[in-house]
Design a binder for this molecule. Structure first.
Ligand code: ACM
Length: 654
């Protein structure tokens, strides 16, 4: 993440001063527009490529028979379908592996491949008598089942039997396949540790939206999360810090006697279990070992990996300040959190780590970080100066480039493809290095022009750690990203050769995410917007239509007990000053058809209070503006309590 502080400060200040612009796109003329507030009957996310609605419904019988292809790869799909169709409904579900005329649901692997739907696509037909899902490969059946479940009432997501529901699915014919092959979510398990079961819970939620890649950010300044045999201190020392809560980044530095018992790591057995859990759900896991920066946990365990003698005194970070970003990127490090590119021991260390990581994760890529390495400790280091002279390196970017090339070689020697954050481009790497573009789309475009494979995961659209609405209602992070902006994500921009764009990804950094419920809150619904951006045809994207479906998914996630953010309903504040320098407050919403009610008298507004219609000027002595959004008679937003002082601050000088 995260620390591009200058950009961040500028962003935050301008955000604070001006509020955010609402970016709701107009519906395409050819698309039927769902009337505002009327729930769509079919609400599949991501939107399928083609869907024709038929007449009538399939009604789930009390005894359901599923015909399935007897392959190992379809077992989990079958188990998932059986579970969903039996637990909430109380139906008895039996399965049969041979062709059966009596089957109510048929899962069929095509004998003759259908080139339209490819490896992950499917065809789903629902008639009053039968449901059929056909696919070329097992993954397609899995995704077809995900869509099927979304056709049934929301209660199908339940964890216990629910009575008095008619378990019906509307008749449809769907042909569907993904726009892109890499549909990723990154989960930072380094800043805060998430248990194996929590990672599984995260996987369960992501597959609902047809994601197929989980990027685990396994190492950082705050923790080393993977057992490496022969390097025990990585997890004995590197996996633990001092538990702190509050606003991460500026914590009081821990004292020597505070217990370092907060954190954790995955054993190699845990990793194998996670890889298998993901695999049967058609999810690959991309491991990331973030070097040469973000390496304080490793250095605390093995200080000899640093260029800086004082590293013997370093400890795993607990969220105290370790970087000065006031002058932009690269930051000025207050402690040296980099592995030393001029130290041969570093490459031996990395060889050991990469060998084991490569064996544990079958996925073809290995992500080696490369972001945000500070240079100020390198600049004054004699060994680095010698290295520069010896190798003819002219600046610190070339020093990092030297490091990246050596790491790339190690990764490739283990039979893996090398991937890194877009800073690796500064090092003039060979096109065989794959680039994950995060600082902006332009870095991905540049990488593609240089013939690198690219995964687009830019901060502007895909950073799930950013706030989803005003800082007044969200846990404070340095930047904001609203759902409607996320929905504008187009991973294959004009002017780029699409063959280099592997796909797109959203990233959940967890400095400010202390538990799995908050991880879910940050991921959903923005994860739905990114899922649609990487799966659905670009031409089918339509914000009002999407949001109508999102609202249905809010209800489904309630039943599934998965947390999500309702921030999209919170109004957007924009402030300015009148000619006589009084603050003027403009309110808007991302979602059409909402009313905003407000008070200046400290009481809590409801729909019997004044409705916002034009810019507001606070009464002279008012100290608080409270606002809430309604749809008709129903409150949908949260009560927002905005101090007038805060608005004055945002409006700038009187
Ligand atoms: C990043 O956000 N530093 C990749």
């Amino acid at each position: 993440m995260k620390n591009i502080l200058v950009i961040l400060c500028i962003f935050f200040v301008s955000y604070s001063a001006s509020g955010q612009t609402s970016v709701a796109t107009e519906p395409m003329p050819s698309e039927p527009v769902q009337p505002i507030g009327v729930p769509p009957e079919i609400a599949i996310i991501p939107e399928p490529v083609a869907l024709i609605k038929g007449e009538g419904y399939f009604i789930l019988p009390a005894n359901v028979i599923i015909q399935y292809p007897a392959t190992d790869e379809t077992q989990q799909t079958l188990a998932f379908l059986q579970e969903r169709l039996s637990i909430p409904t109380g139906s008895f579900v039996s399965t049969i592996s041979s062709k059966s005329e009596t089957a109510h649901i048929r899962l069929i692997l095509n004998d003759k491949q259908n080139p339209t739907i490819g490896k992950e696509g499917y065809q789903l037909t629902v008639t009053p008598n039968r449901i059929t899902i056909q696919a070329n490969k097992a993954a397609g059946l899995f995704y077809g089942v995900q869509s099927l479940i979304q056709l049934f009432p929301k209660e199908i997501e339940g964890k216990e039997p629910i009575k008095d529901i008619e378990w019906k699915a509307p008749c449809v014919e769907i042909t569907d396949y993904p726009r892109l092959g890499w549909r990723g979510l990154m989960f930072d398990v380094a800043r805060h540790f998430f248990t194996k079961d929590e990672v599984k819970q995260y996987i369960d939620a992501m597959v609902r939206y047809k994601y197929n890649l989980l990027h685990l950010h396994l190492t950082d300044d705050e923790g080393w999360r993977i057992e490496i045999k022969g390097l025990p201190k990585l997890t004995e020392v590197g996996a633990w810090n001092v538990k702190k809560v509050g606003e991460f980044g500026n914590f009081i530095p821990p004292t020597a006697d505070e217990p370092r018992n907060y954190g954790g790591f995955y054993t190699q057995e845990d990793i194998k279990e996670l890889v298998e859990y993901a695999k049967v759900r058609f999810v690959d896991i991309l491991p990331e070992i973030d070097v040469p920066g973000h390496s304080l946990a490793a250095i605390s365990a093995y200080p000899e990996l640093s260029c800086t003698p004082d590293a013997v005194n370093y400890r795993v970070r607990s969220g105290e300040r370790i970087m000065d970003w006031s002058r932009g990127a690269p930051p000025i490090a207050l402690v040296d959190n980099t592995l030393c590119p001029a130290n041969e021991k570093v490459y031996t260390f990395l060889d050991t780590v990469i060998t084991q990581v490569a064996q544990l994760f079958p996925f073809e890529y290995l992500h080696m970080g490369g972001d945000e390495a500070p240079f100020n400790f390198w600049e004054k280091n004699v060994a680095i100066k010698d290295l520069m002279q010896r190798e003819g390196l002219k600046n610190m970017h070339q020093v990092q480039g030297y490091f990246e090339k050596r790491v790339q070689k190690i990764v490739e020697s283990k039979g893996k493809k090398f991937m890194g954050w877009d800073e690796i481009l500064d090092g003039d790497l060979s096109p065989s290095a794959a680039v994950m573009a995060w600082r902006g789309m332009k870095y991905g475009i540049e990488a593609a022009k240089k013939k690198h494979e690219v995964v687009m995961s830019p901060t502007q659209y895909a950073y799930l750690d950013y706030m989803q609405a005003d800082v007044i209602t969200e846990p404070r992070v340095y930047a904001s990203l609203r759902l409607s902006k996320t929905y504008e994500f187009n991973p294959v921009p004009a002017g780029v050769d699409p063959k280099y764009i592997k796909g797109g990804q959203a990233n959940l950094w967890t400095e400010q995410v202390y538990n799995i419920r908050q991880a879910e809150y940050m991921t959903w619904p923005r994860g739905m917007a990114v899922a649609e951006s990487v799966w659905s045809p670009k031409e089918k994207k339509n914000w009002p239509n999407f949001f109508g479906r999102v609202e249905q998914h809010f209800k489904r996630l309630d039943v599934a007990e998965t947390k999500y953010a309702p921030s999209v309903y919170d109004p957007i504040f924009k402030v300015s000053r009148s000619a006589d320098r009084q603050v003027l407050i403009e309110l808007s919403t991302e979602v059409a058809g909402l009313d905003i009610y407000y008070s200046f008298d400290n009481s809590f507004p409801d729909r019997f209070y004044p409705k916002y219609t034009e810019k507001l000027s606070p009464p002279k002595d008012a100290t608080m503006l409270r606002v809430i959004t309604y749809r008709g008679k129903d409150p949908v937003g949260r009560m927002m309590n905005m101090p007038i002082d805060e608005l004055n601050k945002r409006a700038g000088k009187r």
